[in-house]
Design a protein around this ligand. Structure first.
Ligand code: SUG
Length: 442
């Protein structure tokens, strides 16, 4: 942390005590397949924290974003339920279990969807900009943004350095899923870069098949409010084939960092145009290194099942090539394991693949990359953000102790009807917030 250079800080979502398999995301195959299964919130949170620990041990600056308050009783009140907390939960469980599941969703763990980030090196006013994603496509996620904005405002609480923007208008024309459809490429984390915005549909367009969760208008709006130079912002359309095969976010089929873009052949509607636009935008900044995975080597279905691309692509301290931090499922899928072996053997930009266990999250369609929000920060920005969310091993130990003491190790849909679970969730979150010196979010 004493480094004077700009570093990429990963803010992982701390998985909340109500993590469950609600089957709430149409177009997300894992969420649909595992709907109704019993989850293990304790194991989920410990797995996430172990991933954070590994990066702390490797020498990365690692941050965390706290879980949102769940159940979201205000949402149930807006939906017409009245009375005491117990009365609200009992009535919702009886007459609207889908709404109760939405109110309990722990989906804020996937912080790649919390916001879109533009580092200060890219913005006209020299501040780091963050726009909370409205997540308007899925009901259970559409209720995240007010609290997400509050968390970001509490953590990036210095207007000289940070511009925190609340979510775009809540309309289908502005559907925005945050950094999951955004890739920043640059020579170094601290030098000006090119920002790639990937959208799935135009405003007003009706696309058949699975939902396209990002619109061009939403991406253009973020480009404007972040004050990005038009010449350094590239818009590209996701391929419908990828969306309909289950790539509900672009980060299910592509990941990039520094000068490297690692992607599946069928990720973009027009790969050649996307690469050419990126090269023009990168012009004098850096030379783009595309690593395209052919469908003949890794069929799209395997890429999506294994989450090969939903990996963290990291400049690992002490290593000269990038490291791909992939989910264990990538190792367990024959084509992707074999591909990774070939990938590191050749002299390309990716020199190592490391596998990590985030199975609890994976079963809802969230891999290592979904669980983190990348924020390239200068040394001054790192010192002016809220220090309580920057982790060392002692803080990870303390958070794990709270998780062990307060989280259940099995949770089914029926358990959400238990009114006693409300206080259990609130107490767990309060204790976590205290560990992070974020009492103001209680
Ligand atoms: O939005 N799953 C999340 C997964 C988000 C993954 N994020 C990225 N690819 N960046 C989603 O579909 C499932 C919840 C449930 O069914 O209970 C869910 O919301």
């Amino acid at each position: 942390m004493s480094s004077t250079e700009t570093l990429e800080v990963n803010f992982d979502g701390l998985i909340g005590p109500s993590h469950n398999y609600g089957g709430m995301s149409d177009g997300n195959l894992a969420s649909q397949t595992n709907a109704g299964d019993v989850s293990n919130p304790r194991e989920a949170a410990l797995q996430g924290l172990e991933k954070m620990r590994m990066l702390v041990q490797a020498g990365f600056v690692q941050g965390v974003l706290p879980p949102l308050e769940r159940p979201n009783l205000g949402f149930l009140v807006d939906a017409g339920f009245q009375g005491s907390d117990v009365a609200i939960i009992e009535a919702a469980a009886k007459s609207a279990p889908q709404l109760l599941k939405a109110a309990y969703s722990a989906s804020s763990m996937w912080t790649a969807n919390a916001a879109t980030i533009s580092p200060s090196a890219d913005t006209n006013d020299g501040r780091l900009h963050l726009t909370a994603a409205n997540l308007s496509s899925m009901l259970h996620r559409s209720i995240e943004h007010p609290e997400t904005t509050a968390s970001l405002a509490a953590i990036f609480d210095d207007e000289d350095h940070f511009g925190v923007h609340s979510a775009l208008p809540m309309h289908a024309d502005f559907s925005d899923e945050g950094a999951a459809n955004h890739v920043r490429l640059s020579a170094q984390h601290g030098t000006p870069g090119v920002e790639l915005f990937v959208f799935g549909r135009e405003a007003g367009e009706n696309v058949a098949g699975f939902p396209a969760r990002q619109t061009r208008v939403a991406s253009q709006s973020v480009i404007r409010s972040h004050q990005l130079a038009e010449s350094r912002a590239v818009l590209a359309r996701q391929s419908e084939t990828a969306i309909n095969a289950g790539a509900f976010h672009n980060d299910v089929v592509s990941v990039g960092t520094l000068d490297t873009l690692f992607f599946h052949e069928l990720a973009f509607a027009d790969t050649e145009a996307t690469l050419s636009d990126l090269r023009v935008a990168a012009n004098d900044l850096f030379e783009l290194r595309p690593v395209m995975v052919p469908d003949a080597e890794v069929p799209l279905t395997d890429a999506i099942k294994s989450y090969l691309f939903n990996s963290q692509l990291l400049q690992w301290p002490g290593e000269d090539r990038l490291v791909l931090l992939a989910p264990l499922e990538t190792q367990e899928t024959d084509t992707t394991r074999a591909y990774c072996e070939r990938l590191v053997e050749r002299n390309g930009p990716i020199g190592r693949v490391h596998y990590v266990d985030v199975r609890q999250s994976m079963r809802n369609g969230g891999g290592p990359a979904c669980l983190r929000l990348r924020v390239a920060m200068t040394a001054a920005e790192r010192t002016s953000c809220h220090q309580g969310v920057l982790l060392d091993e002692a803080k990870i130990d303390a958070l794990q102790d709270v998780v062990r003491a307060t989280y259940r190790d099995r949770l089914s849909a029926a358990d959400l009807a238990d009114p006693a679970f409300v206080n259990e969730c609130l107490t767990a979150r309060e204790r976590l917030l205290r560990e992070l010196d974020l009492e103001k979010l209680i």
